[in-house]
Design a protein around this ligand. Structure first.
Ligand code: ATR
Length: 282
């Protein structure tokens, strides 16, 4: 029956390239759930009306992506602690009739490292490249998991300082020129900038991983290409590397559970499905 179909969405502008429908479609099929997850292009001027009509349209919730992650903040009745700390919402659901906004990006970031480099928390200082929305989620994850020394480097130093002030103790801000000196004792290097992303020019390296100690883990939140120039250089240097696709897959799981009632797993077959899709698009 159409009425019993559980419906969720991802909204963004543009949204055509979102991989989320493939991820949730895979889980819906795997669990035999009568559900539907659609990508919907919502222009900024239509966001408030779309959110207001969710319940009436039988939508249980969904994901929110660029450019709506911050704007949706003001349109929900309740925020989870991650959304509040990060200042952005990527997941919507209803609880006792109230629209709630959460952020699962920090969870996804940490779960990806837990899966592929479980020693990451105890590995020493972390260096975060970039100070945008993605960096806020990463720094929140590092803080709540107990990383004691978090160094933020950004091309525009003022944004790194802003992030340091937002997250407080244990977080420091540095100009790009300081990177070589900061890398020597780092246990974790995270790229959250668009340097190395396909379609963003030559990109190149946001930092030189040859200066990292042997124990260091290097991760990039960019997943197109799957192996960014930074990850390739780190791999050649013999370091443990973790690509950004796992973060995308893991951040999706809590939303699926809220809308469809089952906690899904990030499996090798899900990853292979999305890797194939990325390959087809390239
Ligand atoms: P997101 O929300 O995905 O983090 P964003 O807010 O646009 O996106 O942030 C992009 C980040 O990449 C910023 O830290 C940006 O640096 P600035 O704050 O100086 O703009 C960084 N970035 C983008 N292009 C860069 C480049 N060519 N070199 C260094 N950093 C770059």
């Amino acid at each position: 029956m159409a009425e019993s179909l559980k419906k969720a969405f991802v909204i963004g502008h543009p949204i055509a390239h979102s991989r989320s429908p493939k991820i949730h479609g895979h889980w819906l099929a795997a669990h035999g759930i009568a559900g539907n997850y659609q990508a919907i292009d919502v222009a900024p001027q239509d966001l408030s009306a779309f959110i207001g009509a969710m319940g009436k349209n039988g939508l249980r919730g969904g994901n929110v992506t660029i450019p709506h992650k911050e704007a949706v903040f003001a349109l929900v009745g309740r925020l989870d602690t991650a959304a509040e700390a990060i200042g952005a919402v990527n997941t919507l659901w209803f609880e006792d009739g109230m629209l709630c906004g959460g952020n699962t990006d920090a969870y996804g970031f940490a779960a990806n490292l837990d899966e592929h480099a479980p020693h990451w928390v105890a590995n020493g200082p972390a260096l975060v490249l970039g100070a945008g929305g993605a960096a806020r989620a990463v720094v929140h994850a590092l803080k709540i998991r107990g990383v004691k020394d978090i160094r933020i480097v950004n091309r525009t130093l003022a944004r790194a300082v802003e992030l340091r002030d937002r997250f407080g103790a244990g977080v420091s801000a540095h100009p790009q020129a300081a990177v070589p000196d900061l890398l020597g004792d780092c246990g974790l290097l995270v790229n959250t900038t668009s340097v190395g992303m396909a379609g963003k020019g030559e990109g190149g390296l946001p930092a030189d991983p040859s200066r990292l100690p042997d124990r260091a883990v290097v991760t990039d939140i960019v997943y197109v290409p799957l192996e960014t120039p930074l990850l390739a250089a780190a791999r050649r240097r013999g370091l443990k590397v973790v690509d950004g696709l796992g973060m995308l897959l893991h951040q999706a799981a809590p939303g699926f559970e809220r809308w469809f009632g089952v906690r899904p797993e990030v499996t090798a077959s899900l990853r292979a499905l999305i890797v194939a899709d990325l390959g087809a698009a390239a």
